[in-house]
Design a protein around this ligand. Structure first.
Ligand code: HEM
Length: 365
């Protein structure tokens, strides 16, 4: 029996009834070609042929501190604490979005207070940016996930610039790296000014948390609104100088929020901010003017704090593209980029559970 060659790219590669697959050697050759092709496609997609290509995996790699990532933990916003509570919708949001979670009612929430650091053992006073992540669920089986920060705008205008910022800020060998980055991305100046002057508070409960990214809400009449949102605290913000915070225990924020919630539920008002025509929706480094229409749509009530190792937020991915019908992403490129990187981080950390055992209070020494 003589062997037949399988011409590349012909039906013989895909049609199992082809005479070319008649011999065992031919069949094995065919399997080999398919396996090599699939492996090549995976390698290409993973960026193995183009190591400089920016992919969600390279961005997650770049988030790691110099000593490497903290295994088992989120690759950014690694330090945090879980909570459960409810969102009490007052019904005003129904005019903006048909999402059930904005119809009058009370909906269960799983959330996480966190710090924008890649090291879960970072001292609380060292983190300039604090975050609030939420998953709100409604009886129709839909979910709204959102991960917000207390800054009023993002440091850079595009996901690509964020990836470049991670490289520039790690270049200890090049003292001009950040200067050159700032020259190419002048929007970072406003963030630097905010970071250098905005007052710190001594509590997660006193911070306001902002979506920064824009989304589109659609109401029952099919009308679209381009929106951002903010959760404003009921607790009055008390400014604490950074040098005072540095004297506090390394985990003072977790203790503070645990003590407060043990005494009484903590609340935030959710305000939806509606863009005027022409407002920049694709660029979270640009705040919208303060006079934009705002609608208070409900209250977040944090009822129970749970340490992260066994907490309900531990294995949640607060992917900002998980939205109920009535909400969708806009022309802002960040949510899709964030979704892709959060997924890489999630897959890595959940595969590393042994490095962050349940029932412990934090990272291995
Ligand atoms: C392209 C830009 C961004 C990248 C690459 C990025 C990357 C990440 C990664 C990898 C995580 C860990 C996810 C996980 O393992 O669950 C994370 C978490 C988080 N990010 Fe981002 N991020 C970006 C932009 C933003 C923006 C614009 C905000 C706020 C408006 C934000 C707020 C947060 C918060 C609050 C968390 C904690 C989520 C949690 O509690 O699980 N990020 N980010």
């Amino acid at each position: 029996m003589h062997e037949q060659k399988v011409p590349y790219g012909t039906a013989a590669m895909t049609d199992p009834r082809s005479p070319a697959t008649g011999s065992t050697a031919g069949r094995l050759a065919l399997i080999g070609i398919v396996v090599v092709g699939v492996a090549g496609a995976f390698a290409y997609t993973a960026g193995w042929f183009t190591p400089d290509r920016v992919t969600p995996a390279t961005v997650v790699n770049r988030l790691a501190p110099p000593g490497g990532p903290a295994l088992g933990f989120r690759r950014n916003h690694a330090k945090g604490i879980c909570f459960t509570g409810v969102f009490e919708a007052n019904g005003a949001g129904a005019a903006l979005s048909k999402a059930q979670v904005l119809a009058t009612g009370s909906y269960p929430v799983t959330g996480r207070f966190n710090l924008a650091v890649p090291d879960p053992k970072a001292e609380d006073a060292s983190a300039r940016v604090r975050g609030l992540s939420l998953r709100l669920r409604s009886p129709d089986g839909q979910e709204w996930r959102t991960a917000m920060i207390d800054a009023p705008f993002f440091p850079v205008a595009t996901p690509q610039a964020f990836a470049e910022l991670l490289v520039a800020s790690a270049r200890k060998d090049d003292p001009d790296a950040m200067k050159n980055f700032a020259a190419a991305h002048p929007e970072i100046g406003a963030f630097g000014a905010w970071a250098g002057s905005a007052p710190f508070t001594g509590s997660y409960a006193e911070n306001r948390y902002n979506s920064l990214n824009s989304f589109v809400f659609t109401n029952a009449q099919g009308q679209d609104q381009r929106v951002r949102w903010s959760f404003a605290p009921a607790a009055a913000a008390q400014s604490v100088p950074p040098e005072e915070l540095k004297k506090r225990a390394p985990d003072f924020l977790a203790k503070d929020i645990t003590d407060r919630v043990a005494q009484s539920s903590q609340r935030w008002t959710l305000t939806v901010i509606i863009a005027n025509p022409g407002d920049p929706t694709a660029d979270p480094s640009k705040a919208w003017p303060d006079d934009r229409r705002k609608v208070e749509v409900g209250t977040l009530v944090v009822q129970k704090i749970e340490p992260e190792p066994n907490g309900a937020c531990r294995d949640l991915n607060f992917d900002p593209t998980v939205l109920p019908p009535g909400m969708r992403t806009s022309d802002d490129p960040f949510p899709a980029a964030r979704s892709a990187t959060y997924s890489v981080s999630y897959n890595r950390r959940t595969a590393e559970e042994k490095d962050y055992p349940r029932g412990t209070s934090g990272a291995k020494p």
